[in-house]
Design a protein around this ligand. Sequence first.
Ligand SMILES: Nc1ncnc2c1ncn2[C@@H]1O[C@H](COP(=O)(O)OP(=O)(O)OP(=O)(O)O)[C@@H](O)[C@H]1O
Ligand SMILES: [Mg+2]
Length: 262
Amino acid sequence: MSIGNGEISKNGSVMIECEDVHKAFEGHQVLEGVSCQIPSGKISVVMGPSGTGKSVLLRHIVGLLSPDRGDVLVAGKSVPSLNEDELLELRRNIGMLFQDGALFSSMNLFDNVAFPLRQHTKKQESEIREIVMERLQEVGLAGSEKKMPNELSGGMRKRAGFARALVLEPEILLFDEPDSGLDPVRTALLCELIKEIQQKYGSTGVVISHDIKSCFNIGDHIILLHGGKVVDQGSKEQLQSSNKPFTQQFIKGAVEGPLGME
Ligand SMILES: Nc1ncnc2c1ncn2[C@@H]1O[C@H](COP(=O)(O)OP(=O)(O)OP(=O)(O)O)[C@@H](O)[C@H]1O
Ligand SMILES: [Mg+2]
């Protein structure tokens, strides 16, 4: 992956690093010193109560938000200090699924998924069609390619956003609650697909999720966010044996009533 003029060198085995990230909106402090490391070539899962700043944190990684204090490094480069060209280059290497799917409302499903390919590659339309149809098939949307976003259910929009995030086979994948609004079977399939893609391309994945089962299923590294800070992070086993009360409560609570977490 390259950003700007230089080939980007992975910072050891860490792909993304948040250092003491602070962010407030109109006096409302959301992130109060978030520090975490996202290992390269693995899937990290970010969990935490609703409204805790998970989506805000993800937006810092793609440079859609800048920290008031602290730094966010992707492959060793400080995202807040990238210029416009470098930001574009960074985003070309990041596939992002927004919480609401974030489809272009004026384009049908096919064009939405084809968009990054048309914008960032010189591929022929025939090849684009092949890739788009394959991705739509994978997320269970074959046959819906002519539909407009407002004709789709929330779950379908989510899956379309997922297909779009994957078309460029990016090195970094950021998924904001890929499993919300989906039935359990689709959730399981989607988790499998995330894992499959990650293994196939060795990409670095960051998944925000409320579903403790899917988290533990796909997450190599788990980060727990609460009160504007990272309260715990580690492997599944490390978190399960953690003696931090919040970690235990969160893991237990989520297992007992995953719906209650939203
Ligand atoms: N652009 C913005 N302007 C003002 N406030 C914002 C903005 N973005 C987020 N917030 C606030 O930041 C807080 C955290 O929001 P965020 O969307 O990151 O929560 P979350 O952890 O993703 O929650 P959920 O699990 O419900 O998606 C909320 O109080 C939200 O209102
Ligand atoms: Mg969110």
